[in-house]
Design a protein around this ligand. Sequence first.
Ligand code: SAH
Ligand code: SF4
Ligand code: F3S
Length: 459
Amino acid sequence: MNRPLLPSKHVPAVRISGTPATFHVKSFGCQMNVYDGERMAEMLGAQGMTAATGADSADLVVLNTCHIREKAAEKVYSDIGRLRREDGTRPMIAVAGCVAQAEGSEISRRAPSVDIVVGPQAYHNLPALIGKAVRGEVALDTDMPAASKFGSLPDRPKQPRPMAFLTIQEGCDKFCTYCVVPYTRGAEISRPWSAILDEAQALVDGGVREITLLGQNVNAWQGTDPAGRTQGFDGLIRALAALPDLARIRYTTSHPNDMTEGLIAAHAEVPKLMPFLHLPVQSGSDRILKAMNRNHSVESYLAILEKVRAARPDIALSGDFIVGFPGETDADFEATMALVRDVGYAMAYSFKYSARPGTPAADMADHIPATVMDARLQRLQAQLNADQIAFNSRAVGQCVPILLEREGRYPGQRIGKTPWLQSVHVTAPDYALGDMIDVDITATGPNSLAGDLKKRIAA
Ligand code: SAH
Ligand code: SF4
Ligand code: F3S
């Protein structure tokens, strides 16, 4: 169902001669985008379309995009160009995700070969938009409706892996001055208790043993249980932990200001809640945190970590950092380095500040030169990498429970995760994905561990 590539920017969209039979969804950005991509694929599958082996052979390609930094947002345009095939045809192209929300109809102006633009709160309308595109009509939907899209999506089918993502909260009301998420994802909403428990049960029924709860501020989740009691995120975790066949629960991403006493206590009391916390701090300087509108200080952040470590001494900590925020001095950056050394992260993500149109920080004074940002990022990443290697090497000699989640490269090799989110390669030909096994860790690298099978752990 390929059709000729449009030769110039100003040619109007051509009629598409039939409904696409195959699709490929490519997701960029955060895990919530990965989740959305999976739900779109499941929805297209439920419409009778089949998954293609890749973008090259698909009738419809969905680029599920990320707007968080300039590089990520610009990538979509080179990706669109790359969808052109050797015979001069191209697939039907849908741009979904946060670039779709932020740029809307501007996308089709810049890239006329785009047939569909659909925002992250409107992708349940993708089948209707495909219909419009087939008829040659403008297919754009970036509405942020009051009603949630989730009710219009098909139930979760059987999953290919024993672990799955489950979005429970969306949007953000925090308005950090550098960040586009409050604009691309809209206001903070929590999905209802029963919708989450039903989806979790469906995933578990389909073979899932580990669920990662997702939200831009996942720990801000609030809801009402069937008895009419108001519940926070920790109450939801406790209810999910009661599902018999669910072995592990994780969550990401959390904001320090929503780290409640109840959630910290859950880390001590709920064995299925894994000892891993991704708690971004962004900077180690109070002056910069204030300019970022983070609404917490270095001291209050460290106080939370101390409480979490008291509740769960083996917890692995992770974070996000931005270097080169406008006005960041050498002293501010040294404060970030000091915080990193102080905490000892098991892993972390670090980024150069990227000015985003429409955000308050983009208009601030004293933008930092690229060379300074590069040097700071290099130093920060060297420290974070060293800390990650140190954390991983402490696992050597330990016996740890691994949940097997995918096949390795060699016959009989499986890859699973420790409770602390480290990948472990192990030869375990007699065990299936979804099995939990004890593994003696024998070797370590920066990104994964190796181990010897000890025994199966009773399910
Ligand atoms: N809601 C989450 C994460 C959102 S985006 C949170 O608040 O922690 C993921 C990460 O991208 C952020 O934590 C931040 O470190 C980074 N980020 C966001 N906007 C950015 C920008 N304009 N430039 C560079 N990094 C950015
Ligand atoms: Fe962005 Fe801040 Fe919201 Fe995280 S808390 S999504 S960084 S505005
Ligand atoms: Fe990117 Fe949107 Fe996620 S901007 S990080 S895909 S919320």
